[in-house]
Design a protein around this ligand. Structure first.
Ligand code: ATP
Ligand code: MG
Ligand code: MG
Ligand code: MG
Length: 474
């Protein structure tokens, strides 16, 4: 089943069950400064869930374009390393605003996935997680859907648990929250990884396809939880992940859409093998970059624009690694428009603009990319340990325009780490010099590309261990 057909089937299933088909909202969240990019189908319905907005319907279905490349959900570091993560993906979702609740939500999901009239997936390849205290969800899965109890895994709220799973969802520190149930597909013993709730869960054998959230409580500022008068449902299923399952492939990069995109990228790069990790990164990144530009984001040194710049430069570096000697990335836009322009007419409409912005950014970066790489190679060759010094990271950033995550990307390929503390001090010293200089009327900031003027919102953890600096000015 082609990705486009799958998307349509999802709409059909839910519209036949009284859901309004709602178009995807922009990647730039409307009126929500707390969110970097739209990262879930529920974002555009936040006020509807909170009862602040009435849309005239209580059931909705959508395919929401999402970017997870910064902020709370950051999958940038996963791209090229896992079979299931993209910076840009489409989230299929059905929603109930105080209408149906647990029973129907579970039944809808199960029917869509397993009924021979719909996706017809083999039930014995599916397993689910529930929130451990949610006996109601257990009973529905077990007694009504007929899942054996060993395929229903209880997961806590991650307090003290060593694993990534967390089956309690909340919108913020206060407000709507509630337990989740997640549906996983078992890609079989040939793939490394363990079931959810085990230390091996981050492998790619058991892949989470659908997350169903039951908004059931309202958390007060004193921490107590009140029952919501009208509980709601929010669900999200990654289109690329479910497409992989239906197309009988393991990795998202093997689905129809990505195969076509990878072929186009390979042609631009002189016939590179389409299973190359760097080519996958390029194919992933063209989607986030093109859609972000289509939604009005421009490369810059702060906030959303800086995230876009980071992604473009990463793509350029991976292209360079594959042998590109001149800007190529912007040329991939045409293939993407062919593949996704029908579902997303805005992409088609803004194609020329996307190409222009990408080409400009590529050209600008190509002037320093090679020199920066040479400097890095030299410093790596002279390294005594396995940590790239802060001064190198700083010079790469400041003089050669290498965002820190890009340097980290290269380091990781070599099994090296970054001295973030050293980088921070080099950055601080730079700011001191700029401040001192400006007292004498010399505007050093005119030619230094630092984020010194922007707000520092904290560290973002990558790999669970190292950290990169992110500056978001929302
Ligand atoms: P994972 O644990 O695999 O990182 P998640 O729990 O972070 O996924 P959710 O926030 O529950 O993901 O999002 C709902 C669904 O969206 C997931 O079940 C998955 O199918 C899909 N999804 C999430 N992140 C990505 C991504 N980076 N690329 C592609 N699909 C994704
Ligand atoms: Mg995730
Ligand atoms: Mg998960
Ligand atoms: Mg999830």
């Amino acid at each position: 089943m082609k990705t486009a057909v799958l998307r349509q089937n999802f709409f059909d299933f839910f519209s036949q069950r009284g859901h309004e088909v709602v178009p995807s909202s922009s990647l730039v969240p409307h009126d929500d400064p707390t969110l970097l990019f739209t990262n879930a189908g529920m974002n555009q319905f936040k006020d509807v869930f909170l009862g602040r907005e009435d849309r005239g319907y209580t059931r909705a279905v959508s395919a929401q374009r999402c970017v997870r490349a910064g902020g709370k959900h950051n999958d940038l570091e996963n791209v090229g390393y896992t079979a299931r993560h993209h910076t840009f993906f489409e989230m299929l979702g059905n929603f109930s605003f105080g209408d149906y609740f647990k029973r129907e939500a579970i039944e809808f999901a199960w029917t869509f996935l397993t009924s021979p009239d719909w996706l017809g997936l083999p039930k014995d390849k599916l397993l689910v997680t529930i929130y451990d205290a949610d006996q109601e969800a257990f009973d529905i899965w077990h007694d009504e859907m007929g899942l054996p109890s060993d395929r229903i895994i209880r997961i806590g709220d991650n307090k003290g648990a060593p694993y990534a799973s967390d089956n309690f969802w909340q919108m913020g520190d206060t407000g709507p929250c509630g337990p989740c149930t997640e549906i996983f597909f078992d890609h079989g013993p040939d793939v490394a990884g363990g079931p959810p709730g085990t230390p091996e869960e981050d492998g790619d054998r058991f892949i989470e396809i659908w997350n169903v959230v039951f908004m059931q409580y309202n958390r007060q500022s004193d921490g107590t939880m009140e029952d919501l008068p009208k509980p709601s449902v929010d669900t999200g299923m990654g289109l690329e992940r479910i497409a992989a399952v239906l197309q009988g492939v393991h990795s998202n990069y093997e689905i129809d859409l990505f195969q076509d995109l990878l072929k186009a990228a390979s042609e631009l790069l002189g016939g590179v093998d389409t299973t190359e990790a760097s080519l996958r990164v390029v194919a992933d990144h063209i989607r986030s970059c093109a859609f972000l530009i289509a939604d009005g984001v421009m490369p810059s040194n702060e906030g959303r624009g800086f995230v876009l710049r980071r992604i473009i430069r990463r793509a350029a570096r991976h292209g360079n690694k594959l042998g590109a000697t001149e800007p190529f990335f912007h040329k991939l836009t045409a293939a993407l428009v062919d593949l996704m322009g029908e579902a997303y007419p805005e992409l088609k409409r803004t194609q020329a603009q996307i190409e222009k912005v990408l080409q400009q950014e590529e050209e600008q970066f190509s002037r320093t990319l090679d020199k920066g790489l040479r400097l890095l190679e030299r410093d790596i060759a002279n390294l005594s340990g396995t940590e790239i010094p802060g001064d190198t990271i700083f010079t790469l950033y400041d003089t050669y325009g290498f965002p820190v995550d890009l340097t980290n990307d290269i380091a990781r390929e070599r099994g090296l780490t970054l001295d973030y503390e050293g980088y921070e001090s080099a950055m601080e010293a730079q700011r001191e010099r700029a401040r001192a200089a400006s007292k004498f009327g010399v505007d050093y900031n005119a030619d230094v590309r630092i984020e010194g003027e922007t707000e520092f919102t904290g560290y973002e953890y990558v790999d669970g261990s190292s950290r990169i600096r992110t500056v978001l000015v929302n």
